[in-house]
Design a protein around this ligand. Structure first.
Ligand code: TGC
Ligand code: FAD
Length: 407
């Protein structure tokens, strides 16, 4: 049985060559032409990495519930970890370049993009933005190289959408701190060398760098997941974890600390979701041209064409949106509400595309021989994490009405 992964398919290429001058079914609006040479090179490099190292194995990893840890140093070597941060061993690329890398990684699997999002935007970024010079020098270079893995603990069992209600605490003990509490649903939690943990102190919410070999720290993988199976998701428990004075991130207090990190990660998701959608669209397009029923390719049926067109439009619009907001970010005019708009729009688009693609593949669509149901199930998590679709709706609602739904 054919294993369709994201890529260029012979049959589509043949059809395209038969009608020269017409739009490319795989890049209908010629968005590729909006990328400069460096961006194209980077995009192609990451696409090749995904094609060589991820695509051949991802169905098995997903089936077995394995995160491919061996890929981490390779991603470090490619400059994918902390890639848009300046200095400390990071590649210092543009935000658009980071976004394009997320698109390609998520065309492979949301779990692979999740790893990079968490390492880059949720673990390295807070150290880079809010850490001391000493913390940056100690932690960032090995994290950029993929020698150390980070995770980000904000969510708790009883505080998900409302992280301000967290109960994890860090209390002063001598010069240092003692951490108590727990975090839930933490990506990379069981494979991390350090956790960025957000905890309540007498001075409000603060971020701490917690080495995961600290006494009293434990991480337990969450089992029986039907989504993001090629990604580690864990519960963290802190029982009287003693931390030194240099563990606290000195330059931020309050919820704006973690929310600033989320702006970064949501930006990557806005691009990444387009990759998952693109993979589903390409898979459905190729399948519908090959698959015959009633003596004709199913792609010839009007209902199928409607679905394919809606998917194609979703993918193209999603990429244009991501690129537009990415350019705004690089020119310094992006507001956090724009990121909410991007995450809200593109993840919902991708989930819709995945569900439609699944129907085109018929029964084959429920197997891991095709990427579609894997993306579809993954996207259920992406729809929920980094702010649920409803939370982004309400942030946008406040942005246009001036009225908060939360207070
Ligand atoms: P609110 O009163 O609105 O704000 C509190 C303080 O934060 C500031 N702020 C922001 N700062 C930076 N960026 C933003 N986007 C910000 N939004 C708000 C705000 O100015 C204020 O600052 P200050 O100085 O006045 O104190 O806060 P609220 O309690 O009403 O909550 C707002 C709400 C609901 C929008 C927020 O809590 C929220 O976004 N909730 C969703 C939680 C969430 O997204 N969790 C994600 C956990 S991490 C994750 O899912 C990783 S998945 C990883 C992967 O595998 O890819
Ligand atoms: P809840 O907040 O309980 O929400 C349940 C439902 O109620 C949702 O539909 C929500 O939109 C709705 N709701 C809540 N409040 C409102 C409101 N005011 N108005 C309308 N509707 C509302 N967290 C981390 O800190 N670090 C991680 O690395 C991380 N990785 C994750 C990986 C995976 C695979 C998953 C699934 C989650 C991860 N999370 C992580 C947690 C994630 O951020 C939370 O699941 C998310 O913020 C939602 O919280 P909740 O699951 O507690 O849902």
């Amino acid at each position: 049985m054919a294993t369709h992964v994201s890529g260029r398919f012979d049959r589509i290429a043949v059809i395209h060559e038969l009608v020269p001058g017409q739009p490319d079914p795989l890049d209908f609006l010629a968005i590729d032409l909006l990328l400069d040479g460096e961006e194209t090179l980077l995009r192609d490099t990451v696409r090749q990495f995904v094609s060589d190292k991820v695509a051949p194995h991802i169905a098995d990893w997903w089936d077995e519930g394995l995160f491919p840890r061996d890929l981490v140093p390779q991603m470090g070597e490619l400059g994918l970890l902390g890639m848009h941060l300046e200095g400390y061993g990071c590649a210092g690329t543009s935000a658009v370049a980071y976004g394009l890398a997320c698109t390609e990684l998520e065309a492979g699997d949301s779990g692979i993009r999740s790893f990079v999002s968490v390492q880059t935007s949720l673990a390295m970024y807070p150290i880079w933005a809010f850490g001391s010079e000493q913390q940056k020098r100690r932690w960032l270079p090995p994290m950029a190289a993929g020698e150390l893995i980070g995770c980000f603990g904000l969510t708790e069992v009883d505080s998900g959408s409302d992280p301000g209600a967290m109960t994890t605490t860090a209390a002063r003990k001598g010069e240092g701190w003692v951490l108590n509490g727990s975090k839930m649903w933490i990506t990379n939690g069981s494979i991390a060398d350090l956790a960025i943990v957000w905890a309540m102190t007498d001075d409000g919410m603060c971020g701490f760098i917690v080495p995961t070999d600290s006494e009293g720290f434990s991480a337990t993988p969450i089992k029986r997941k039907m989504s993001l199976r090629a990604s580690d998701t864990s519960e963290l428990v802190f029982t009287d974890v003693e931390l030194g004075p240099d563990s606290i991130l000195p330059n931020v207090r309050g919820l704006k600390g973690p929310l600033s990190c989320l702006n970064e990660a949501r930006f990557g998701i806005m691009f990444g979701a387009v990759g998952a959608a693109r993979s589903c669209y390409e898979s459905a397009l190729a399948y519908s041209i090959d698959r015959e029923q009633f003596g004709r390719p199913i792609a010839s049926f009007q209902l199928t064409q409607k679905k394919l067109v809606e998917m194609m439009v979703g993918v193209n619009n999603g990429m244009l949106l991501a690129l537009h907001l990415g350019r705004k970010r690089d020119e310094g005019t992006l507001a956090s509400e724009h990121v909410n708009y991007g995450k809200y729009t593109n993840v919902a688009m991708a989930l819709g595309v995945a569900r439609e693609a699944r129907t085109i593949l018929g029964a084959n669509g429920i197997t891991l021989d095709y990427p579609v149901i894997r993306h579809m199930n993954n996207l259920e998590s992406v729809y929920t994490y980094e702010g649920t679709n409803e939370i982004h709706t309400l942030i946008l609602g406040e942005a246009i009405t001036g009225l908060s739904a939360f207070t």
